[in-house]
Design a protein around this ligand. Sequence first.
Ligand code: NAD
Length: 328
Amino acid sequence: MKLCVYEVRPDEEEMLHALEKKHEGLEIVKTGEVLNEETIALAGGCVGISTLGQSHMTRALFEKMAQMDIHAYSCRCIGTNHVDLEAAKSLGIKVANARYSPCGVADYTVMLMLMLLRRYKPALWRQQVNDYSLGGLMGRELRGMTVGVIGTGRIGLTVMQNLSGFGCKLLCNDLYKNPEAEKFGTYTDLDTIYRTCDIITLHTPLLDSTWHMINERTIGKMKKDVLLINCARGELMDIEAVTHAIENEEIGGVALDVFEKEDGIYHHDCRTDILKNRAMAYLRQFPNVIMTQHVAFYTKEAVDSMVVCGVESLLAFAKGKEYPTEIV
Ligand code: NAD
């Protein structure tokens, strides 16, 4: 049985080889290319295709897959906003995403909160030039603060569990109440979160209803020194509004592991490229802005799990079986 795995990173290869050994007769075509209408030819003779998040899974690509008699697709990530699920469904193509422990992203989220609170970025800059002064580095403590968690799914809930040891008050919001989250915090409306929280962290998927949920209007309701954390999707924030708020000191700081229009930049070495994301280039200069290249998920445990889900879901679909991460 042959599968084609796109966007393969070197850190995935060990597990891909291990899976080839584990499943007799399995052959995996491995390529670093993103999947598009040209590179799809690499999947000739395969029963399933897997990608990461940089391949835009459009209706046209799913139609091409169907023409090639490929009826199984897996993305080796949690977020599926790059996948036209309706198109896959209408063409009878089964789709799975990946599942991995929420701890990596949740731990990273708390780390970003602490880095902002303790002004870690300017402290690090100073260390590197032998400037050991204290001025401007006074931090704040989590104890006594109110933290708002928007989205109490797997990651948001784990953030709340993590934070429960810090002595802060936790407010949260979701379309559905999770009884587990109620052990650590109190559900409330978004307005109350915006108006009362010292730190707000986003853990919803990117949907029409969550696109640009942080914007000029919602920022206008927030405390002047609020810290905003985004380890979910860049497009949850109107980055122009966030930039304006940082420039005008209307918020205390932001930590962003994801960024609007990060595709083609994050996860690539772009040192010799002309980058056209102005907001990204501009925002990163500020001492109260921390930006990382979509790495919150990136642990050994998570990567292994993503590869296993990506490959084993395709094998299950090809054999007419179900798989726990099936979404279409
Ligand atoms: P999840 O599906 O378990 O939880 C998402 C929660 O958001 C659900 O409880 C859902 O009801 C809630 N939600 C949906 N729309 C909402 C709205 N309008 N208002 C309030 N809540 C809403 O997902 P998860 O595993 O916790 O992941 C959350 C997001 O984190 C993913 O969708 C993905 O975009 C992002 N993510 C980022 C990284 C990274 O490396 N930075 C890694 C993994 C996931």
